[in-house]
Design a protein around this ligand. Sequence first.
Ligand SMILES: [Zn+2]
Ligand SMILES: [Zn+2]
Length: 157
Amino acid sequence: MGQLTLPQDGGCRCGDVRFTISAPPLLAMACHCTGCQRMSSSAYSLSAAIPSDGFEVTKGDPVIGGLHGATRHFFCPTCMTWMFTRPEGMDWLVNLRPTMLDDPSWFTPFIEVWTWEKLPWATTAAVHSYETLPAMEEFAGLTEAYSEQFRDAPPSA
Ligand SMILES: [Zn+2]
Ligand SMILES: [Zn+2]
């Protein structure tokens, strides 16, 4: 497994949208919900919850896709890659699809959610599984346990 280096750039399939992250994720997640199965065209979506002030689009103008609801799903306007999500009521974080990063080798999901909807064969490396979502009061403990691995990471530029 690779090690997270910061800052780190990433982008969509075609390169029209590029971004930089300058902070480690608060949490790493796989979501097996049927919505993510459809939007990812795959078995589950991956999210690295990056603090909003550690995430910056540096090239291009991502557009809203998905359900066009209160939770905003951002896509490249050219190649239509689903790049990141700004979840409703959580302005402090951006759920980045970690495979957009130029080096996603450090990423491992820590929790997986909506497993009751998952494809029967779909498994992940997550150490905590939830049939739906963790209770709101569990998130503080989960982010603290997950963040421990980045405590000695070099300070971001
Ligand atoms: Zn693109
Ligand atoms: Zn989902």
